[in-house]
Design a protein. Structure first.
Length: 115
């Protein structure tokens, strides 16, 4: 996996951990995106259900996968890494595709707020 940096793309966590896994002969357990554990923990802390939660992100391979695997609605914003052209190459798709986060109030239905 890769991640965006100022001058392009750099190896991300998985690429950096792979040599350590090989040396230790053990597989790392990742808690960050797209692992749904992080989203489930946040929902529990906020007393929110999947129906009341949406994930918004600019990466298909982390943000949108995390939402899908967590059973959440997904919003892809095209103001970051992913383009419409690259989005079309994935076998899964977000529920909403927006130009940027400024479009969220007009395009994404309001969610219930729980006490």
């Amino acid at each position: 996996m890769t991640g965006p940096i100022e001058n392009g793309i750099a190896p991300a966590c998985r690429a950096l951990i792979a040599p350590i896994e090989m040396a230790a002969n053990r597989q790392a357990y990742f808690i960050g995106k797209p692992n749904p554990l992080m989203m489930r923990h946040a929902q529990k802390r906020l007393n929110a259900s999947p129906e009341d939660t949406v994930i918004i992100g600019d990466r298909m391979d982390t943000d949108i996968v995390a939402g899908i695997e967590s059973g959440l609605d997904t919003v892809l914003v095209l103001s970051g890494v992913t383009t419409l052209e690259s989005m079309a190459t994935y076998p899964y798709q977000p529920r909403y595709v927006l130009t940027g986060v400024g479009d969220i109030p007009a395009e994404v239905p309001p969610l219930r707020v729980r006490p």
